[in-house]
Design a protein around this ligand. Sequence first.
Ligand code: NAD
Length: 437
Amino acid sequence: MKIAVFGTGYVGLVTALGFARFGHKVYGIDRDEDKIKSLQKGKIPFFEPGLQELLEEVSEKGLVEFSVDGQGPVDEAEVIFICVGTPPLEDGRADLSQVEGVARFIAEHMKEYKVIAEKSTVPVKTSYWIKRTINLYKKADVDFDVVSNPEFLKEGSALEDFLYPERIVVGVESQRARDKMEELYRDFDAPILFTDVETAEIIKHASNSFLAMKISFINMVADLCERVGADVDLVAKGMGLDSRIGKKFLRAGVGFGGSCFPKDLRAFYRIAEDEGVDFSLLREVEKINELRPVKFVDKMKNVLWNLKGKKIGILGLSFKPDTDDVREAPSLKIIKLLKKEGAEVEAYDPVAAQNAKKVIPDLRCVSSPYELARGANAIALITEWEEFLKLDWKKMKDLMETPLVFDGRNVLQGRKLASLGFEYYPVGKPPLGRVNG
Ligand code: NAD
C-alpha cells in the first residue's frame, strides 16, 4: 500500500519506517527543512533506539522517501497519517492548529478517495473538525474518510512498541475505511479494536490519564510511607500482586514528565470540562505531579541544611531513560529549584545534555558521572539510565566532598551504598546510612 505520513517527529518517523518495514511504500513529509534534509541524507535527527538501522534498511529497498512538499505524496497515497504535534495551549487545551494545517493541505490537493488517519493524540471530536475542514477547503468533489488510529508507543522503545503493539485501536465510520485499515495492519500480530471515531479518540486520552493517575497515586502513598517509616516499593509490590491492580506504573519517584502524560492529562480534563463533565480527579493527579520536584528539593534541603553554594550533581536529564527528550522532564524543574536556592548545579546525561541546554542555557553539563562526582556535596539520580546502575560507587565516593545520594527513582542499591559510607535517600522509604547530627 502507499502511505503518506505528515510529521516526522517521534511518532511520524516511527510510523513511516515501521510501515515501510512491512513492505509498504511510505512518504514522510515535514515542514521542518532541517529534519527532512537530515532524513534524505540517511540520518535520524533525534535519538531513538533502532531507528537509524531501520532507516538504512528501508531506504536501500526504496520503500521510503522524505520531502517538505506533500503534494506528490497526497496524490500517491491511499492512507494519509496525521502525526504532527498537538502541544498544550496556555489553558491546557490542545493546540490543534498543526492538525488543521495538514487537513487543509490534504483538502486542497486530494483528487480521489483517501483515508485520513489521525494518529496524533487529539481531544475527542477532532475527527469531526478534520472532516469539516476538508469539506470546507476541498477543491475536487471527492470522497474521503477520517479515521482515528491513536498511537501508544513509548519513547525509548518506540519502534518495538509500534511493530509489536499490545493492541491497535481504529475508530471508523465506514466499511470502506475499515477495510483499508484492516489491510494496512494485516501483518501485525496484535488484536485490532474497531470502534466509532469518538470512542477511539477517548481511548488514547483515557489510557494516558489513567497511567498518570497510577503514578500520582503511588507518589502520595510514598509520602505517607516516608512519614511513618514504611517502604513504598514493598507496598507497590504487595498491591501489584493483585492482578486487578497490576504492578506496572506503581514506581514512586520524582513524578512523570515527557511530551505526553502532562499535556494529555490536562487536555483530557479540559475537554471533559468543555463538555460539562467535572473531571477534577485528574486536576488532583496533575497537582500531585507538579509538587514532586518541589518535595524532592525540600528533602535535599532538609539533609544539606543550606543549599546555597553547595555543589549538586544531577544524574540524568531526559524525562525517562533511552531518549534524548527533555520535554517536561522533572530534572529541569529540580535544577531550576536548586539554582533558585543558590546551589551550584552540574549535570550528566548520556544523550540529553544538548536538549537540556536549550531550555537552561547556563546549565553546566559534564561528560561522565565521575566528573560530576568530583567535589560534589550530593548526587541526585533523576533518570534511571542503565549505566547509572553499574557505576563504581566507591570511586564516586572518593571523588565527592560529602557522600550524599538522593535516589529520585529508587533504583540504586541503598544497602551497598550505605556500606560504602554514603547517606542514601530514596523516595518513600527510610534513608540508609544516615549520619545523625
Ligand atoms: P514531534 O514534535 O516530535 O513531531 C511533530 C512533527 O510534525 C514535527 O517534526 C513538525 O515539524 C511536524 N509538523 C508540524 N506541522 C506540520 C505540517 N503542517 N506538515 C508537516 N509536518 C508538520 O511530536 P511527536 O512526539 O512525534 O508527537 C506527535 C503526536 O503524537 C502528538 O500529538 C503526540 O501527543 C502524539 N504521541 C506522541 C508520543 C511520544 O511518545 N512522543 C506517543 C504517542 C502519541
